[in-house]
Design a protein around this ligand. Structure first.
Ligand SMILES: *Cc1c(COP(=O)(O)O)cnc(C)c1O
Length: 488
């Protein structure tokens, strides 16, 4: 597998790069992204022969099919990271919640959100490459709450990589903050930033674009990479679980080979949904991918009307903060795949110059062949959480946005897989409130839900409150650069 660029080539960079190169230096010409020049076909033989495979075996054979330039031993060790999930043999349980609807729980990893699915093996691979090349990398992450803990956890004590993690002070849940500030390893640096997530993210983006900052890093022999889903090293691992869901449905006799299914994906930066799209393109029988959002419903507008418009919106804070995003980075990879690099560059340039672009009628039709979209308000999410709690299934506010889409779109003859992207324990005050109890903090909410709903709280969450705080610096956004340079 080789990688080309969504906005075409600038004549300075190589016209195509390997997987290693794309993950170590993920920024492509004209501000674009790397995408595979072609995708292998899964084929019925591949699917048939993996119906009973373990997740790790499926993942390994899938990666071999992709023919990436990573040694088998490294791939195997990277995939061994799934052994630390709740159940090493079944890291992604598929739970039936309706006759024709199952929930794929992607959150059984160390930080209790789906980010671990990709970041766990990705972190191992990136650090191995850095090691092999004898190069030092800096990963900077701005987080609204889930990416930060997962990035820290995957790179903890890994050689040749340092991580700087920035979270908005006061903008995360207690559990999310504690997951970050109690991390104890000399290669991890965590700062609270005064302001909201947008301020933090914008300050980081400015820094990443600053040639002065990059020159200062280079003078210390440090290169920059990225661990968000602009990095294809994350996307590749997000194709696999869609295949796994399908094969599990066959194994559980919910469907038979070649039956089509719907996927419902709570979306922010569109990495999870993009993985589903690639799986479909590779031949997995998916009828459509249904995208769900909260009130920041720019993706609903894009998929339903072809309009991507940042001008008439302001980011609103919702109870599903991981989807409080307006500039959804992986939409660009869909544009490229459907309309080519010239059109993608034109549209993305339009977005940065005018704050908006509009797809043509034909283009909208093309997008809607693969996608549909809807959004839920906070009140609708809370009602959904309460409704399913009564039926005995507890879901987090992101997962809750999926139910409306399932009811609205699914042709009831086809099976639907909903992706659950976080465990309720990361958002317990919201979940308690949906169940009629206002709690003053996460600790109170966790124990109330534990008692009243007879739920268990995993050790990694329970013990957070006793751990000592290792990072307690809150900084101002214009001092991020100087703070980093004194550390690395
Ligand atoms: C990151 C995240 C999402 C959004 O996933 P994308 O791949 O960015 O679309 C949804 N839910 C939760 C809980 C997340 O952490």
């Amino acid at each position: 597998m080789r990688f080309i660029e969504t906005r075409g080539n600038d004549g300075i960079r190589s016209t195509s790069v390997t997987f290693s190169e794309a993950i170590l230096s993920p920024s492509a010409s004209f501000g674009g992204l790397y995408i595979p020049s072609e995708l292998p076909k899964l084929g019925e033989d591949f699917l048939h022969s993996h119906i009973n495979s373990s997740y790790k075996d499926l993942a390994f054979d899938f990666l071999k099919l992709c023919d990436i330039d990573i040694d088998d031993t490294i791939l195997k060790e990277a995939l061994n990271r799934y052994d630390a999930f709740d159940d090493a043999l079944n890291p992604i349980p598929l739970v039936s919640i309706e006759e024709n609807c199952s929930v794929s729980e992607l959150y059984h990893g160390p930080t209790r959100a789906f980010k671990d699915m990709a970041l766990q093996p990705f972190g191992y691979i990136l650090s191995s490459l850095a090691n092999k090349r004898d190069e030092q990398y800096l990963i900077m992450a701005a987080t609204s709450g889930d990416t930060g803990p997962a990035t820290l956890e995957t790179f903890k004590n890994q050689s040749n990589v340092q991580v700087v993690c920035l979270y908005p002070d006061g903008g995360t849940s207690d559990v999310q903050r504690l997951q970050m500030v109690t991390e104890d390893a000399s290669n991890l640096h965590v700062f609270g930033v005064e302001g909201n997530f947008d301020d933090t993210q914008n300050a980081l983006k400015d820094l990443l674009a600053s040639s002065d900052f990059i020159a200062k890093l280079n003078s210390k022999n440090i290169k920059l990479s990225a661990a968000n889903s602009v990095n294809f090293g994350r996307i590749i691992f997000q194709i696999i679980y869609h295949i796994h869901s399908y094969l599990t449905l066959i194994r559980n006799s919910k469907i038979t080979m070649n039956d089509k299914i719907y996927l419902v994906v709570p979306s922010g930066n569109f990495g999870n949904a993009l993985g589903g799209y690639y799986a479909k393109k590779m031949g997995l029988p998916i009828e459509k991918i249904l995208i769900t959002s909260n009130q920041n419903n720019i993706l609903t507008d894009w998929i339903c009307n072809g309009e991507y418009n940042l001008n008439n919106r302001e980011l609103v804070q919702t109870i599903s903060p991981a989807m409080d995003i307006l500039k959804s980075s992986n939409v660009e990879r869909i544009l490229f795949d459907m309309f080519g690099n010239t059109r993608t560059k034109e549209l993305m340039d339009g977005l940065s110059t005018n704050g908006t672009y509009q797809l043509t009628k034909n283009e909208i039709q093309r997008v809607r062949e693969d996608f549909d979209a809807s959004y839920s308000t906070d009140d609708e999410c809370k009602e959904t959480i309460a409704l399913y709690a009564k039926k005995g299934y507890l879901m987090d506010p992101h997962t809750a946005t999926c139910i409306k889409a399932y009811e609205q779109f699914s042709d009831k003859k086809l099976h639907t897989v909903i992706y659950s992207t976080a465990e309720w324990t990361k958002f317990s005050p919201t979940v308690a409130s949906a169940l009629g109890k206002e709690c003053k903090d996460d600790k109170e909410a966790l124990s109330w839900i534990k008692e009243s709903m007879s739920q268990s709280v995993p050790n990694v969450v329970d013990t957070l409150f006793e751990k000592s705080i290792k990072h307690n610096k809150i900084i101002q956004k214009d001092t991020i650069g100087e703070n980093i340079l004194t550390l690395v």
